[in-house]
Design a protein around this ligand. Structure first.
Ligand code: UDP
Ligand code: MG
Length: 323
């Protein structure tokens, strides 16, 4: 870690020909400002990830790369979605830089928060989450659904930083560990907290899209939320198991009720035995489903082959001995 780190700004782009020509200049200006003030190295780059765009986005990126050495780009063979595009950029940058900052290309996230992010990195943080301080520019609908999204995610056991999307600084040290998370269903904002290391948040105001249209209508947002929950947590399965226990208990009470009813003579013949069988089967089945679900949950987590431990410090390392 040198005094001025190499920064790679990772920018996913999907059909962004309207906004890219405007925002690319803002990013470059910011990069030069950071280089000129000696905060980052001149080897820093702006890395565009074309996510299989169908418009002229890739052509624009190629043109930019010819214009200035600080612009570089990679292109995915087809559209894979925002999360995969960011991942591709991060992995591409991993061995070439000290820090990465991922940011959307539509100018919604305030680029001036980068200064504070780098400041936090220099102060010892390995991950810096960009958090929206306000959502005034969002419609009431977007605001309530988005905030509900974070609450449900957390309640369902996927820990995410409230109001943090994918604007974040990540050091290459974290990226090296992150590369060991081999799962295919990725939900970056929920996975980085799993890596650990010192982290903090930087607050910024999110504005409206400068041009073009959002790729995240409600349907896609719900899909993202569902993916986030199911790829980070087996809590939904646990809930089935709990439900099984409750149903089994209720069935047991139901059986007692039917038997008592039978002996006190308030029932027609055949009723009690039928109720007993229904309750018994219902209870047993729900309980068994829950138990099987627990195992499926374990198998699911095992198939991810996540690292079992990550070491952050060693006494034998030089940095530690110098302290
Ligand atoms: N994006 C992408 N692949 C996709 C959809 C979106 O790389 O399949 C990029 C897009 O170009 C933008 C970022 O992801 O840079 C966020 O998308 P958008 O602004 O449409 O989402 P919103 O801000 O409305 O949630
Ligand atoms: Mg956007």
């Amino acid at each position: 870690m040198g005094l001025n780190p190499i920064l790679y700004i990772i920018i996913p782009c999907y059909n962004e020909e309207k906004v890219l020509p405007i925002t690319c200049k803002m990013f470059l200006k910011k990069l030069y400002a950071l280089i000129d003030t000696g905060k980052i190295s001149d080897k820093s780059r702006i890395l565009f990830v074309n996510d299989g765009s169908k418009d002229s986005t890739w052509k624009i990126i190629c043109g930019l790369a010819r214009e200035d050495v600080h612009y570089i780009g990679i292109s995915q063979s087809r559209n894979r979605g925002h999360q995969n595009a960011v991942l591709a950029g991060l992995m591409e940058a991993r061995d070439r830089c000290d820090i990465t900052i991922s940011i959307d290309c539509d100018g919604q996230d305030d680029i001036n928060a980068m200064d504070a992010m780098i400041e936090e990195y220099l102060g010892g943080c390995e991950i810096v989450y960009g958090v929206r301080s306000r959502r005034d520019t969002d419609t009431f609908f977007k605001r309530t659904t988005a905030e509900g999204f974070y609450k449900i995610l957390n309640w369902m056991g996927a820990e995410v930083v409230f109001n943090h999307a994918d604007y974040r600084l990540v050091s290459n040290r974290v990226l090296r560990e992150f590369a060991n998370f081999e799962e295919v269903n990725i939900f970056l904002r929920g996975m980085f907290p799993l890596v650990g290391f010192k982290s903090t948040s930087v607050y910024y105001e999110r504005t409206e899209r400068i041009a073009g249209e959002s790729h995240y209508p409600l349907k896609k947002m719900l899909t993202l939320a569902f993916d986030g929950i199911t790829s980070l947590s087996v809590k939904p399965i646990r809930m089935i198991a709990s439900l099984g226990c409750i149903v089994a208990l209720l069935s047991f009470i139901g059986i007692i009720w039917a038997v008592v009813g039978n002996f006190t003579g308030h029932t027609i013949s055949g009723w009690a035995s039928t109720v007993c069988i229904i309750c018994f089967m219902g209870g047993i089945q729900m309980l068994c489903l829950g138990v099987i679900g627990e195992y499926i949950g374990k198998i699911y987590m095992e198939t991810k082959h996540r690292p079992r431990y990550i070491i952050s410090e060693r006494t034998e390392e030089r940095e530690c001995l110098n302290q």
